[in-house]
Design a protein around this ligand. Structure first.
Ligand code: SAH
Length: 239
């Protein structure tokens, strides 16, 4: 088998695992199957190109992986359900907060017209932008900055996907930058103190926030999750 074929086979196996986990968690998700467009995007994007070379043989396991700078590439299942919940349409303008390595960005770029992604760590933002360019994602813009503030120059957005956990509340700028009819997918950490140790003592829920045509906001919890914290410089008095 050539390396290309081998990676493709592993990717297909990953997609099958993700679909099985979706079926297992149907009570939370309210559906037993992913949108076929999400499945097609997961089957297409070469996830192994988004992880450090030493971890490439683990790239298609259904779990998060370290990518350096204390950050991770999200679990394939999580990328799939967040993308599915965002219900991306071909004409949509999408904001992603937390580019990381750019994997979720690439999945969103398969489905949307335009993807705008904000990453706070410069050492991740630069390489992610270059990687996405190399892979031919021409409908993506990456900015280094504080995503808790959104990206006002590019707003409004039909969908916003936040891949780090906000503490206690949904950043108001993100709700403001959501277009009427828009969907915001965000993990929110309700634990008493802001997380210092990701994955420990956290009480995170993945939430879907919708804005209707009249601008009314509705929220629902989907399922418990474990994300790295969303750094909120704007909320830090010492910043
Ligand atoms: N979307 C990525 C997940 C990366 S993990 C994937 O597909 O795998 C979450 C990322 O959010 C990290 O890279 C972290 O540096 C970034 N992050 C944390 N706080 C942020 C903020 N306020 N603004 C932008 N990015 C932030």
């Amino acid at each position: 088998m050539t390396e290309g074929n081998e990676m493709q086979a592993r990717r297909q196996a990953m997609v099958a695992e993700v679909e099985a986990e979706v079926a297992d968690t149907r009570k939370w998700l309210g559906k037993r199957r992913l949108d076929p467009r999400v499945v097609a995007a997961m089957a297409k994007v070469p996830r192994h190109r988004f992880v450090p070379t030493v971890n490439q043989r683990h790239a298609y396991e259904n779990r998060p992986q370290p990518i350096g700078h204390g950050q991770t590439i999200s679990q394939p299942y999580m990328v799939a359900i967040m993308t599915d919940l965002a219900d991306i349409q071909p004409d949509d303008r999408v904001l992603e907060i937390g580019t990381g390595c750019g994997y979720q960005t690439a999945i969103l770029a398969e489905l949307a017209a335009q993807v705008f992604s904000v990453e706070i760590v410069p050492e991740l933002a630069g390489p992610a932008a270059a990687r996405l360019r190399d892979l031919g994602c021409t409908n993506v813009e990456v900015m280094c900055g504080d995503g808790a503030l959104g990206w006002s120059d590019r707003a409004p957005f039909d969908a916003i996907v936040v891949t780090a956990a906000a503490w206690q509340r949904i950043p108001p700028a993100l709700i403001a930058q959501l277009a009427p009819g828009g969907r915001l997918i965000i993990p929110v950490d309700r634990s008493a103190s802001a997380a210092r140790f990701p994955y420990l003592d956290q009480d995170q829920e993945l939430m879907v926030v919708t804005k209707d045509k009249e601008g009314r906001i509705a929220e629902r919890n989907v399922l418990p999750v474990a994300f790295v914290p969303l750094v909120e410089r704007s909320a830090d008095p010492a910043a």
